[in-house]
Design a protein around this ligand. Sequence first.
Ligand code: ZN
Length: 124
Amino acid sequence: MHELALAQQVVRAVLAEMDRRGASAVRAIDLEVGGLEGLRPEDVRRAFEVEAAGTVLEGTTLRITLGGVRAFCPACGMPKPFELPAAHVPAPEGVLCPDCGAEMDLEGSRGVVVRSASMVLEDP
Ligand SMILES: [Zn+2]
């Protein structure tokens, strides 16, 4: 339940930011999920709904962007197409080149970043 831990981080970060700004509600949250987390947007959304339940973030619109992952084969000396396995696991450590079978280097981001959250500020 890796995505629950990430969703919990998001809920905590947004609640802390609301506190700092004196916001009463959040309309929408833009999230970027690291490509190397190996999560699907619907998994992240479901996890967020679980973690947000019972907080002021319940029902907030969530916009999710997945970060890209690039693979590079050092043996071929060129980048290769790579698709993350659609599984609930982080990207595997050893991904082999489809052409020569050497282990490829993967580049991408991990973790979850809150790009923006549109907050409703209380009346001054
Ligand atoms: Zn290769």
